[in-house]
Design a binder for this molecule. Structure first.
Ligand SMILES: Nc1nc2c(c(=O)[nH]1)N[C@H]1C(S)=C(S)[C@@H](COP(=O)(O)OP(=O)(O)OC[C@H]3O[C@@H](n4cnc5c(=O)[nH]c(N)nc54)[C@H](O)[C@@H]3O)O[C@H]1N2
Ligand SMILES: Nc1nc2c(c(=O)[nH]1)N[C@H]1C(S)=C(S)[C@@H](COP(=O)(O)OP(=O)(O)OC[C@H]3O[C@@H](n4cnc5c(=O)[nH]c(N)nc54)[C@H](O)[C@@H]3O)O[C@H]1N2
Ligand code: SF4
Ligand SMILES: [Mo]
Length: 673
């Protein structure tokens, strides 16, 4: 008899789908989208449909293991949990005694988005006195840009967008990265709304849009200022809203004054008429909404670009109509007490912070103390971190002791001295809040942990006991901690979550943040210009852009946006998914011709930083001067063992210390064997 159970897709995806899992004799036999989840609406993306098979497969790390081969070879021998834990304890003590506890570096990101899975490691490492990790690889530029204008990351309910009349998708490839937002936009389109897509490449999203605006990478601030100038010049802005609910209008008006249609067009390569058209449609076809991608902010001035774009709905007052405004992230709609999980108060001193984007440098350059022990979970740094050559050089160090807690054998596990088996989300109790929509959900295990796997939660509670940490929190169960985290909810309690159904944040169905003009900045107003968090929204040419002196030597701009059939590196383990993706470099035929490159040729792409081999795909989907390689193929499955992050740099954004994986000047040449 088949049995149905609920769970949540734990991948790092804003859709955070509710899932219905089908079991027979206690074993998973299939999954589907939850029809009762208003955003999932009964369908899952193609990536996740077969992922449950991994639960029972040999791709999994099933038991604790120790390295028997050379670092990087990936040869291991099974050991007991008891032996693994004793080794870890000894290494923690030895490292702390010989080099100080800051020689230990925790490294994790978002392999599993459960709040417990992501956060419980923090309390353990605070208590241990380890170095801290600044988790900046994805969205810190976008977040700081948002905070500076709005003071909170809030989104209108996605269902409102069926009522939108004009939609701009700005620097986000939602047809791949946010597939459950698309049906709401499509419905609007069916009702007559137009979708404009502002993206240097003709993505899947551009192809389902009515109009594609292929601007030059890194010039969004200039484009936004050009649009703002049109809005102000033509008095398209909402005078009342601006007067009552915003600060900095005069300064913004002055700053955009020089961004004439002509100048904006020269910088962005967008026709003056298109700039006028966007401004006019945003004003006339209200409710108008701008969907801002996170990807776009991984340019050198990504925080400034995000904040400048966000000034537009504040000028138009477009938040006021259902389906208007902007949508980026929704994290602040949930009243969650994260501190009870992270527990910074357990740290006896403030230890140094290491930016995760600079892992390569941290492992090869820093002293006092050098990193001697690396503890990785929930992440695949051998692939996801830019400047891979440095990262791998560090991971190969004989004097570095690396522990990796993973669900599958990955590129990173190859460098582990000690490998620990992690559960897969079907096996966990956890709590999930979307970062895109307004629903949260708790999960109960669908099946028990398979083999000898431990969840992140269980691992860190076990390690705390091993290290004799006496604080009460290390005896908490998952339910104890979830109850504490959701305590600030006013109307909902643990009982509302425990059956695993999705629960809406405490906002109405047709939630429109900022409709009432209430912003969450210190002044309570939308800050169009304030520079206390992010410098004033002025355009600066990017050192990795078309106005850089470097362009002579490296004339092409590389973007390595997301792949449709992977989720970062997840699903790269699946042959089925790998077959659907290609390790190609998309290049415009004119750029290929100049380099005597033909379709299907092996090419070498290189930057100041490093190089890798890809197969050329000649296509007009990328503009001249742009090349695109979709991320993130595992190093193992590339032609030369090098993924695209061997080319990208560890430069950081203007604010937020975020990665700049979409900002790279490169050159490409035919590879002759
Ligand atoms: N299928 C799939 N879905 C995913 C992921 C995945 O790997 N695969 N990853 C998940 C994660 S972790 C995240 S953070 C999100 C990311 O979701 P997105 O933000 O949609 O992803 P990106 O592809 O990084 O960037 C979006 C677009 O920005 C464009 N872009 C780059 N530079 C610029 C620029 O200067 N200006 C403008 N206007 N556009 C620019 C790129 O061409 C790209 O099409 O997706 C999540 N969903
Ligand atoms: N060039 C380039 N680089 C990029 C990007 C890009 O667009 N271009 N995107 C960047 C972005 S947006 C992000 S968010 C990062 C993503 O960086 P990561 O978060 O590191 O990437 P993932 O591949 O999502 O997940 C990492 C690993 O977590 C493991 N995992 C899953 N569940 C669990 C669990 O419960 N416990 C443990 N211990 N492990 C688990 C998975 O098996 C997987 O190997 O990459 C960044 N790197
Ligand atoms: S990866 Fe995203 S779209 Fe796919 S099932 Fe998971 S949450 Fe849904
Ligand atoms: Mo991300």
């Amino acid at each position: 008899m088949a049995e149905l159970k609920r769970t949540v897709c734990a991948h790092d995806c804003p859709d955070q789908c509710g899932m219905i899992v089908k079991l027979e004799n206690g074993k998973i036999i299939g999954v589907d989208g939850d029809t009762e989840h208003p955003i999932t609406n009964g369908f899952l993306c193609g990536k996740v449909k077969d992922e449950w098979e991994t639960v029972y497969s040999d791709l999994r790390v099933k038991f604790p293991m120790k390295r028997v081969g050379k670092k990087g070879e990936g040869r291991f021998e099974r050991i007991s949990w008891d032996e693994a834990l004793k080794t870890i304890k000894k290494k923690f003590h030895q490292t702390s005694e010989n080099f100080g506890s800051e020689a230990i570096l925790p490294f994790s990101y978002a392999g599993n988005m459960g709040l417990l899975a992501r956060r419980v490691g923090d309390r353990f490492f605070y208590r241990l006195g380890a170095s801290r990790l600044d988790r900046t690889i994805c969205s810190t530029a976008s977040e700081i840009g948002t905070q500076s204008v709005l003071g909170a990351a809030l989104s209108p309910d996605w269902r409102n967008f069926t009522k939108s009349k004009f939609i701009v998708v700005w620097g986000g490839n939602i047809a791949s990265s946010n597939v459950h937002l698309v049906p709401f936009f499509k419905k609007a389109q069916d009702n007559g709304a137009e979708i404009f897509c502002i993206d240097p490449q003709k993505t899947r999203t551009a192809k389902i849009s009515d109009f594609h605006v292929p601007l030059r990478p890194g010039t969004d601030t200039a484009l936004a200022l050009g649009i703002i100038r049109e809005i102000i010049k033509n008095k398209f802005y909402d005078e009342n809203y601006v007067k009552n609910f915003t600060n900095g209008f005069d300064e913004l008006a002055e700053a955009c004054e020089s961004f004439t249609l002509q100048k904006t067009s020269e910088i962005t390569d967008v026709y003056p008429k298109t700039i006028q058209k966007i401004a006019k449609k945003l004003y006339e076809n209200q409710p108008s909404v701008i969907k801002i991608g996170i990807g776009m902010s991984r340019q050198l001035y990504g925080a400034t670009a995000t904040r400048t774009i966000l000034a537009i709905p504040c000028l138009l007052g477009s938040w006021q109509k259902i389906g208007g405004g902007a949508t980026l992230e929704s994290a602040d709609v949930f009243k969650i007490n994260k501190n009870v999980a992270s527990r910074e108060d357990l740290a006896s001193k403030k230890t140094r912070k290491i930016n995760m984007v600079e892992l390569g440098k941290a492992l090869t350059e820093i002293e006092n103390p050098p990193v001697k022990m690396l503890f990785v979970w929930n992440s695949n740094p051998a692939v996801v971190v830019p400047n891979s050559a440095k990262v791998i050089q560090g991971l190969l160090r004989e004097d570095l002791f690396t522990v990796v807690h993973e669900r599958i054998f990955s590129d990173t596990t190859k460098y582990a001295d000690l490998l620990l088996p992690s559960t897969i989300y079907y096996e966990n109790t956890d709590f999930y809040k979307s970062y895109g929509h307004n629903f949260a959900q708790m999960t109960n295990p669908v099946v028990p942990p398979q083999f000898e796997a431990k969840s992140n939660f269980e691992l860190f509670q076990t390690l705390a006991k091993l290290m004799d940490f006496q604080e009460d929190c290390f005896n908490e169960t998952e339910h104890d901690l979830i109850k504490k985290m959701i305590a600030p909810w006013e109307e909902k309690t643990f009982d509302d979550f425990k059956n695993g159904k999705c629960v809406q944040a405490e906002v109405p169905n047709d939630f429109q943040p900022f409709a009432d003009g209430k912003f969450f900045t210190p002044s309570g107003k939308a800050e169009l210009w304030d520079n206390s968090l992010v410098a004033s929204p002025g355009y600066k040419p990017s050192f990795e852009g078309h106005e850089s002196p470097k362009i002579k030597k490296f004339p092409l701009q590389l973007i390595s946006g997301i792949a449709h059939n992977f989720l970062n590196t997840s699903f790269g383990e699946s042959q089925r998914n790998r077959k659907k993706e290609k390790t190609v470099l998309k290049i415009h035929p004119a750029d290929a011709k100049k380099r005597l490159i033909e379709n299907g040729d092996t090419v070498r792409i290189f930057s100041e930083n490093g190089a890798c081999l890809l197969t050329a795909e000649l296509t007009e989907d990328v503009r001249e001067g742009l090349v695109v390689s979709e991320a993130l193929f595992w190093n193992e499955f590339t032609q030369d063992g090098k993924g695209i992050n061997f080319v990208t740099s560890d430069k950081l954004t203007d604010f937020g210390g975020c990665s700049t994986v979409h900002a790279n000047l490169v050159e490409v040449q035919k590879f002759l064997v």
